[in-house]
Design a protein around this ligand. Structure first.
Ligand SMILES: C[S@@+](CC[C@H](N)C(=O)[O-])C[C@H]1O[C@@H](n2cnc3c(N)ncnc32)[C@H](O)[C@@H]1O
Length: 235
């Protein structure tokens, strides 16, 4: 084959390869796009809006829960009920992802008159979190911050009566310690997924050294939580 023809064949193959690569990467992008989000109708009350969020918005987000490692719906509901039952007023979440659990906590905060600050390391996810919080009408009660929770949290104004550490399979103890000075006297710390107990060994040892109580809570069909409190609370 003369050189020019070889070159053309080569360019053609490269073109086919790049086209295939484009389609494969597009097909593999399971990320959420806020332009696809359900559009909110007009609501006459916060109660009506929350009902829409639970019936329409959260189920849409649940289609992406694998991508963003969100808590399952039953665990989101558990957090919501816990916030209301224990009258939490100032919550801090480390690891927002796209804001799924923040929406559950935020809706509870709307009922208790409290606020949530949620911190996400990844810029794209933090932007999604902000968009989802805005779309669900929770911007007044939920503040999405982009940054490393270990560095951001100690600079926030406390005290926090609820801390949800959900940053993936890492040792969470340094994150709790970084914000310990900001915790209210009657704090509740939640760690997600009782199946991840192995990841929490350092945290449990730390809790024991501080005389704190650790309780595990199963959720209906969910992954459950470890709840850490200064004294046994039987939550
Ligand atoms: C399990 S996902 C959070 C899911 C979310 N809580 C929910 O249920 O909707 C963990 C998130 O923690 C974030 N993350 C990891 N390290 C972090 C850090 N040092 N500070 C803040 N966010 C962090 C990851 O980017 C990831 O989005």
């Amino acid at each position: 084959m003369p050189g020019e023809m070889k070159m053309r064949a080569c360019f053609k193959s490269a073109g086919i390869f790049l086209t295939c690569l484009f389609f494969i990467t597009t097909a593999c992008d399971y990320g959420m796009s806020s332009s696809d989000a359900p559009k909110a109708p007009k609501f006459s009350s916060a109660k009506e809006r929350q009902a829409w969020v639970i019936k329409t918005y959260l189920p849409w987000m649940e289609g992406y829960s694998w991508t963003y490692a969100n808590v399952p719906p039953s665990d989101g509901r558990f957090l919501y009920d816990l916030m209301i039952k224990t009258k939490r007023r100032s919550a801090l979440e480390m690891g927002s992802a796209n804001g799924y659990s923040a929406i559950w906590i935020g809706m509870a905060m709307e009922k208790t008159g409290g606020r949530l600050v949620t911190i996400e390391l990844d810029q794209e996810k933090a932007a999604l979190c902000r968009g989802n919080i805005m779309n669900t009408g929770l911007s007044k009660v939920v503040d999405c911050i982009q940054g490393d929770a270990m560095l951001v949290a100690p600079k926030l104004e406390g005290p926090f009566d609820f801390l949800f550490v959900d940053i993936g399979p890492v040792d969470v103890q340094p994150f709790v310690q970084a914000v310990e000075m900001k915790l209210a006297k009657d704090f509740i710390i939640a760690l997600h997924n009782i199946g991840f107990a192995g990841n929490y060994e350092e945290m449990f040892a730390y809790a024991k050294s501080r005389g704190w109580s650790v309780e595990s809570k199963r959720t209906d069909g969910g992954e459950g939580f470890f709840l850490i409190t200064p004294k046994p609370m039987n939550l």
